[in-house]
Design a protein around this ligand. Sequence first.
Ligand SMILES: [Zn+2]
Ligand SMILES: [Zn+2]
Length: 164
Amino acid sequence: MMENKDEKMLKHARNKKILKIAGITVLALGVCCTVAGFINMATSIAAMEMPRLFFLLIIGLPCIGIGLMLTLTGFRKEMATYIKNESVPVFNEAGEEMKPGISAIAGAVKDAGKTVVCPYCGSANGADDNFCSKCGKALVFTCPRCNAKVSADSAFCPKCGEKL
Ligand SMILES: [Zn+2]
Ligand SMILES: [Zn+2]
């Protein structure tokens, strides 16, 4: 699994390198052609001649555009990889930090959903309710052995195991 990933990364890096080299080469070529074309045009105009190397501008300018695009794509890929590689551990760290909070929220949700069934009338009441909302009887008792709060439907004390 790691080998495949490394191979993929290597291939990706190679592609990126080719893209950057090609981009820079085309860009350099474009700049050279454009510069040569401009110099020729300037000297030709100064000499009152038709610029013979004017075609260099026609070749050079799109080459600059293509070269820039290729180079930017090469660096964009690098940037994307960098951002991806950087943000994943950051996200994991954030996830680790958020875990206690998430479990606390999950616990609260679980508690909120937990209902105590009234042993007298059978209606469901909230986990924190002390008295039944239907019949008004006490839903929470104190354990005679350890004094822990025990819901009325419990058969045993959850803290000390005393039979109720
Ligand atoms: Zn009740
Ligand atoms: Zn107890």
